[in-house]
Design a protein around this ligand. Structure first.
Ligand code: HEC
Ligand code: HEC
Length: 331
């Protein structure tokens, strides 16, 4: 209440541009602060290391490609043995801003999430024990774990902690929209601004807000009109068991959404135009004209921020005793 009064009185006096952003439903992305560089470096290597998979072929980066907006740009992911996954891979970019991880929020944070794919038979197809054996057999890794954690023994908790620390650095600040929020009025065009106004006035911001423009609530997919999904996933009900949560999904972030196609948990929308049309129809009961749709899409494209920028990590080589990859299923 107090803050509201303060903002209101500042507005009456005459609002300096920097204050304008305080009133917007979308906030700029904060730059990541690195507390433990050795831990982040280790996490980066693990993120890129396919030896954490049974086949020796699939890394986190296979499905969350950091050259492609932190996703795989396919409808549903391909995992171990060319397994066709049940659901679209969300981006890892800005995932530290999510209230929980996965479409149904079944992992409470990034560390809890990171153990999942390694042992998922349809993703990396390995076990935690075997992944740890592989790392323990690689002298370069043992030295890095020692540097980051001060211990000789590799554990899955350390592995997931390091990966999570790396993922926390994968934020994308400095988008043109954030520059505009911070007072650079020329950072977005009049057309893009009109798109933002439509995005706000139509009610998209009820669910897509905050610094990630989403990621902070679970919402029904198909509020005013049922959505016919091409995937069997039922969303949040899988976690809570409550009927009211059937078909509730974590609202995806719209940061870098220009790069993270195809859209929705079933990956059914190939283009932003299609995604905006569907959202208007099933969430808000609105039909946008082509011009309105194009304006909203133009606004969404201003949300692309600085992509991860680092030297590709060089992974420590396997030793003679490292268990070898098993790329093919036993016939
Ligand atoms: C075979 C493809 C594949 C691989 C390999 C993979 N992921 Fe994923 N990832 C997915 C899919 C699909 C989902 C969504 C699953 C769901 O919500 O049920 C997901 C979800 C996530 C999420 C949650 C994002 C959000 O917004 O909810 C994070 C974070 C993540 N993965 C990180 C990782 C890390 C770290 C690794 C490596 C240890 C990894 N993934 C390996 C496909 C993959
Ligand atoms: C009632 C809450 C709600 C409203 C209102 C809403 N959305 Fe969404 N949005 C969601 C949810 C939930 C999803 C994920 C649904 C799914 O995948 O099944 C989503 C997904 C999206 C996606 C796809 C993102 C991705 O990575 O898959 C886009 C783009 C999008 N919304 C844009 C909009 C626009 C534009 C509006 C306004 C016209 C809007 N949304 C209104 C909740 C909402």
């Amino acid at each position: 209440m107090k803050i509201r009064t303060l903002v209101a009185s500042v507005m009456i006096i005459g609002l300096p541009t920097a204050w304008a952003a305080a009133d917007e439903p979308i906030k700029p992305i904060p730059v990541a602060k690195v507390a433990n560089p050795a831990l982040v470096e280790l996490g980066k290597k693990l993120y890129f290391d396919p030896r954490l998979s049974k086949s020796g072929f699939i890394s986190c980066n296979s499905c969350h490609n950091l050259s492609m907006g932190g996703t795989d740009n396919i409808k549903t992911s391909i995992g171990h043995n060319w397994n066709e996954g049940p659901i679209n891979a969300p981006t890892v970019l800005n995932s530290s801003l999510n209230l929980a991880q996965f479409w149904d929020g079944r992992a409470k944070d990034l560390q809890a999430q990171a153990g999942g794919p390694i042992a998922n038979p349809g993703e990396m197809g390995f076990t935690h024990a075997l992944a740890v054996d592989v790392l323990q057999s690689i002298p370069g890794y043992v030295a890095e774990f020692k540097k980051a954690f001060g211990v000789e023994k590799v554990t899955i908790e350390e592995v997931t902690k390091a990966i999570a620390a790396f993922e926390e650095t994968l934020v994308t600040p400095n988008s043109r929209f954030d520059k505009w929020l911070k007072g650079d009025k020329k950072a977005i065009t009049a057309n893009e601004q009109a798109g933002y106004k439509l995005f706000k006035d139509s009610g998209c911001v009820a669910c897509h807000n905050g610094s990630a423009v989403g990621g902070n609530s679970f919402q029904k997919m198909g509020v005013v009109e049922p959505y016919k999904a091409s995937s069997a996933a039922e969303g949040r009900v899988a976690v809570t068991g409550k009927d009211a949560d059937r078909f509730n999904f974590k609202v995806p972030t719209l940061r870098n959404v220009e790069m993270t196609y195809p859209y929705f948990h079933d990956g059914a929308a190939n283009t932003l135009k299609e995604a905006v049309e569907t959202m208007g129809r099933v969430q808000l009961g609105k039909k946008f004209s082509d011009d309105e749709n194009a304006k909203i899409v133009a606004f969404l494209k201003t949300l692309t921020g600085d992509q991860p920028n680092f030297k590709l990590p060089i992974l420590p080589p396997s030793s003679d005793s490292t268990p070898r990859p098993q790329p093919f299923a036993k016939k």
